[in-house]
Ligand binder design. Structure first.
Ligand code: NAD
Length: 501
């Protein structure tokens, strides 16, 4: 690969740490196979673009089938020779704890990469970086606690049921949370699996950092490999590879569907964390100040590019107008800008394509007859910023209420009765999350029973904890990450019969 490439002058002027500058000087970034960064066999690379400016600041290898094969073979060998899964569990725990410490020591670099490659604001990055560290610490406790059982059986037999790692797990991730990469990878490692990660081509750098830190933490080279490249090529090759035993995918419904079909050809285990169109129900008895501030933040956070963004706000009719006014006031003066400006409150979209997608949906909303209560246009002419946008007069059968936009666009709908609120909330093909705002304890319980979603937040939103299972229902996917549920997803049971007669 050609090198070196210097940073564009504007990016050179950013307040990047010395660690970040040193890390970026390694461009073009490669795959990480057997613990070493390697270029694509063809030498092909892709640009890495800063969303706030649209400037290319690094390049990354564009992998093909041969690169994927090399990464998978590395992971397979590491699994088969047992260099990781056969280590004493306490030793695996020590490595993972060390990884958590190393991530902690690299917070600033992780945050710089979040801003540079993901367009993430510092606050949101802080939340994601901390979540990543918490997840590694949580799963570092698991290797010594994965247990089997001894079911009762005939007196001439001892039957033991053990829980084993699955083998090589292919992990495919989206771009909307670069520093949350540990979430996709570390539970699989904790179970003793080997992993091949295909990060998003938009945010490929954090994965390289994680792979380096894994080796530094003592996880043997080859156990965690990264293959870079575009989804239809490198991602598809990973899913189809015969030596990959399971796929853990996070991304859009459309891609998830394709992956499940491809994996079915080899009957691979698949876990899918997909998109959403999550409702937030606001009842008239709610604490309206808290509800308005949080409902707005649940859509503007990371410019709406969050899988659980609460983009369908359902408001009891008698407070509808007042509540919309409160949300408009909470949002009208948001400062739009890059994560390198500490004053910024709303960041950019990830790419030109995403900006065009959001603009298209705003046009669709207008054409469908919805009313713009706020925003509705691109912000500035540089980078991929879009104004916070609120549509009222929305019906749940409009496309803007049904399809995931993945941008700062909120649709507000009134309801008259509790039953009607649940009916509208559940009238969606998605089922990732839902929010409820009420002071009525009985209604809070009813809502959490009636809402068809993997997560229900009551009088709060977007709380995540490593010990609490997370995932969707309906078209939002299946399988659960986090908590003990992940351990079950990433292991398999074996029944062993011993004749002791
Ligand atoms: P995407 O589906 O376009 O891409 C996700 C990943 O899949 C990328 O790495 C991409 O390269 C790869 N990919 C694309 N085509 C592929 C193929 N044919 N075979 C294999 N891999 C392929 O999604 P995105 O635009 O990166 O991310 C946004 C989506 O992710 C949204 O729908 C969002 O809701 C969803 N998401 C869900 C969760 C969750 O936990 N449920 C979390 C974050 C994002």
């Amino acid at each position: 690969m050609a090198r070196p490439m210097s940073l564009p002058p504007e990016i050179t002027d950013y307040p990047l740490t010395a660690q970040t500058r040193a890390f970026l000087s390694d461009t073009p970034f490669g795959h990480v196979i057997e613990g070493r960064m390697v270029p694509s066999r063809t030498g092909a690379t892709l640009p890495v673009i800063e969303p706030a400016t649209g400037l290319e600041f690094a390049r990354v290898a564009s992998g093909d089938r041969a690169d994927v094969d090399a990464a998978v073979r590395s992971a397979r060998t590491a699994f088969d020779d047992g260099r990781w899964r056969r280590l004493p569990p306490a030793q695996r725990e020590r490595c993972l704890r060390r990884l958590a410490q190393l991530l902690d020591a690299q917070r600033e670099l992780l945050s710089d990469l979040d801003v540079l490659e993901g367009g993430v604001l510092r606050d949101y990055s802080g939340f994601m970086v901390q979540l990543g560290i918490d997840i590694v610490e949580y799963y570092a406790g698991w290797p010594t606690k994965v247990e089997g059982s001894l079911p009762a059986s005939a007196p001439d037999l001892v039957v033991q049921v053990t829980r084993e790692p699955i083998g090589v797990v292919g992990v495919i991730l989206p771009w909307n949370g670069p520093s949350a990469v540990p979430l996709g990878v570390v539970p699989a490692l904790a179970c003793g699996n080997s992993v091949v990660l295909k990060p998003s081509e938009e945010t490929p750098l954090t994965a390289v950092l994680l792979a380096r830190l894994c080796v530094e933490a003592g996880i043997p080279p080859g156990v965690f490999n990264v293959v870079q490249g575009i989804g239809e090529v490198a991602g598809a090759a990973l899913v189809e590879h015969p030596l990959v035993d399971a796929i853990s995918f996070t991304g859009s419904v459309e891609t998830g569907r394709r992956i499940q079909v491809a994996a079915a050809a080899r009957l691979k285990r698949v876990a899918l964390e997909l998109g959403g169109k999550s409702p937030q129900l606001v009842f008239a008895d709610a604490d309206l100040d808290a509800a308005a501030a949080t409902c707005a933040a649940a859509v503007w956070g990371h410019a709406g590019q969050v899988c659980v963004a609460g983009t369908r706000v359902l408001v009891e009719r008698r407070i509808h107008d007042e509540f919309v006014q409160r949300m408009v006031e909470a949002s009208r003066h948001l400062r739009i800008g890059s994560g390198f400006d500490p004053q910024s409150q709303l960041g950019p979209l990830i790419s030109q394509a995403q900006l065009e997608r959001v603009s298209r949906y705003v046009t669709i909303g207008r054409d469908e007859g919805a009313t713009l209560a706020l925003g509705g246009a691109r912000h500035g002419s540089r980078g991929y910023f879009h104004q916070p946008t609120i549509f009222t007069g929305v019906h749940n059968d409009m496309r803007i209420a049904r399809e995931e936009i993945f941008g700062p666009v909120m649709t507000v709908m009134p309801f008259d009765t509790e039953d009607q609120a649940y009916a509208i909330a559940n009238d969606t093909e998605y089922g990732l999350a839902a929010g409820v705002w009420t002071r009525d304890l009985a209604r809070a319980h009813r809502a959490s029973q009636r809402l068809d979603a993997g997560t229900v937040w009551v009088n709060t939103y977007l709380r995540v904890d490593p010990g609490v299972p997370y995932g969707g229902v309906k078209q939002s996917g299946f399988g659960r990450s986090l908590g003990a549920a992940s351990i079950e997803e990433l292991t398999r049971l074996k029944s062993v019969w011993l004749n002791i007669a």
